[in-house]
Each structure stands twice: as structure tokens, then as C-alpha cells.
Design a protein around this ligand. Structure first.
Ligand SMILES: [Zn+2]
Length: 292
């Protein structure tokens, strides 16, 4: 990946459809999420469309799906296919994998293979959608592999648009995405880089405390327009956490162009902007080393 050809790196982009037209979520969840985000653009982009979209904007994208097969009953998109296809767009795409933590030993072995055979550069977890407490020691063998392979783990935190407005939120529990659960994981795996995705509403102060306290924990700013960021998050980004906060859009529910336009209007110091938009991600993703 030629970093000089890039102005920004978006660390949070969802592949929602594969080449056969299979979708990452069932229709009810997709429609509820699109309504929650008032998304008027295509809610189910393929990897190829994502690559075109980002290439045209001189921006790299970390792409992934979420394997929540056990919790939702909906078959997941293949992270192997995503990673293999992303390799054809290596100028702009950085593939992350997803395994279902409930798959136990198979998930651990698969995570290892995704890194060693498919070139996956990190993993995405969505504790609410996948229905698991990230600090449950049953899932620790999974983190051991990620720490050994030196790839980051990105966890959804806080409120979610998935299930929003549906009876019982379709059974999706928000408490799994309390960032405090990740404080345990970060403490027990100091070698593992953890990214807490999104302003972690309603636990923003917790997220800021964890990222301040743990050298191995970062925050991505995806899923919200910068216009609505909690003020303490903006303050922390300008000061204590300037090297720990990352640009993410949560495409397709928010486009990078909308996010970037709103970020330009946010009260962020000039010298912090390039850290957030690109430099911090280069470090977290290990793109400057030989592996890119
Ligand atoms: Zn996400």
C-alpha cells in the first residue's frame, strides 16, 4: 500500500453483500438500521463498490463483515472471500476478519488461518450482535491468537443501530457493548491492540478513561457524524488522546465524504487532524512496516 497516495484511512467499513447477492444481515435488521441512520444511500455495498468509492477519494478502507451466525441464525458472509477479494484492491483495502466467538476452538483455528493464509490484518467483533461478553474467559483463546499474530481487535461499543426500534431490539443486548468489559481484556492482554469503535454512548467517559489508562487501547470515531460527538470526546481528541483516536465512518450507514465534511467543521487542532485521519491508523494497522 502506497501511503503517499492516500489522504486518509477509514478504519471502519462494512461489506454488506457478497458477489452472489447474499446479505450480511437479514432484511428486517438492514431496514431498521437504515431507518435509524436515515441512510439514503445503498445499504448493501459489495467489496468492489467499496474499493471504487474509496479509491476515487484517495482514502483507504478497513473492510469487514460480522459473523453472528449463532446469535442471529443468519449465515455470515465469508471473511476468507472478503480477504481474498481485498487483495485485488490492495492499494485501498485492508481486510479484517470476523469469526463467531461461539464457535469455540473452530473460531480460534479459523482466526489463525485468516491471518496466515488470507492476509487478514485485524478482527472485528460486535458483542451485542454476536451476543457475547468480551471479557468472558471462554473467549480468551481467541485473543491469544490475535496477540500472537500481532493483529488488532476492533470491538463495537455503545449504542447500536442494529435492531433499533424493533420490539425488544430483536433480542440484541446493549450491555455486551459496554466498553468497561474491554478494560478487562486490555488488562489481561497487554500485547493485544484493542480499538473501541464509535463514541461509546452512553459510556463515553468510560471509553475515554480506558483509552487513557491502557496503552494498547484506541478509539475509532465511526458511526456518528462528528457534529454530534460528545464534547468530552472532542476535548480528549485534542489533548490526551490525540495519538489514540482514529477516523472511521461506519460506511455504508455514514459515507466518508459526509463524515469528513462534518469533521472539517469540528473544533479540532490542525496538528491533530492528520493524526486522526491517517497517522494513528498507520501505526495501529502496522502499515508502515514491511507487511504492507
Ligand atoms: Zn461496525
Amino acid at each position: 500500500m502506497d501511503l503517499t497516495a492516500l489522504d486518509a484511512i477509514d478504519v471502519h467499513v462494512h461489506v454488506e453483500q457478497d458477489g452472489r447477492g447474499c446479505l450480511a444481515l437479514d432484511r428486517e435488521l438492514l431496514d431498521a438500521s437504515a431507518a435509524y441512520f436515515k441512510a439514503d444511500q445503498d445499504r448493501t455495498p459489495t467489496l468492489e463498490r467499496i474499493a471504487e468509492h474509496y479509491r476515487a477519494r484517495r482514502t483507504a478502507a478497513v473492510v469487514f463483515t460480522v459473523d453472528a451466525t449463532a446469535a442471529t441464525g443468519h449465515p455470515a458472509l465469508s471473511s476468507e472471500e472478503i480477504a481474498d477479494a481485498a487483495a485485488e484492491h490492495a492499494d485501498v483495502l485492508v481486510p479484517f476478519g470476523s469469526v463467531d466467538p461461539h464457535a469455540g476452538r473452530a473460531a480460534v483455528d479459523r482466526a489463525r488461518r485468516l491471518v496466515t493464509r488470507h492476509g487478514v490484518r485485524g478482527f472485528k467483533f460486535h458483542p451485542s450482535l454476536q451476543g457475547f461478553d468480551p471479557n468472558d474467559v471462554r473467549f480468551y483463546p481467541l485473543y491469544e491468537v490475535l496477540a500472537e499474530e500481532g493483529v488488532p481487535a476492533l470491538f463495537h461499543t455503545g449504542q447500536t443501530g442494529i435492531g433499533a426500534g424493533l420490539p425488544g431490539g430483536r433480542g440484541i443486548k446493549l450491555r455486551h457493548s459496554n466498553p468497561m468489559l474491554l478494560d478487562d481484556v486490555a488488562a489481561d492482554f497487554p500485547e493485544l491492540t484493542i480499538v473501541m469503535a464509535h463514541p461509546s454512548v452512553p459510556w463515553q467517559d468510560e471509553a475515554i478513561s480506558i483509552a487513557t489508562h491502557k496503552a494498547n487501547v484506541y478509539i475509532d470515531l465511526s458511526g456518528w457524524s462528528p457534529r454530534y460527538f460528545p464534547p468530552q470526546l472532542v476535548r480528549a481528541t485534542n489533548t490526551l488522546l490525540r495519538e489514540k483516536v482514529l477516523f472511521g465512518s461506519d460506511f455504508p450507514v455514514i459515507t466518508p465524504e459526509r463524515w469528513l465534511a462534518d469533521f472539517a467543521k469540528l473544533d479540532i487542532k490542525d496538528e491533530v487532524r492528520s493524526l486522526v485521519l491517517k497517522e494513528n491508523a498507520v501505526r495501529v494497522l502496522g502499515l508502515a512496516g514491511g507487511r504492507g
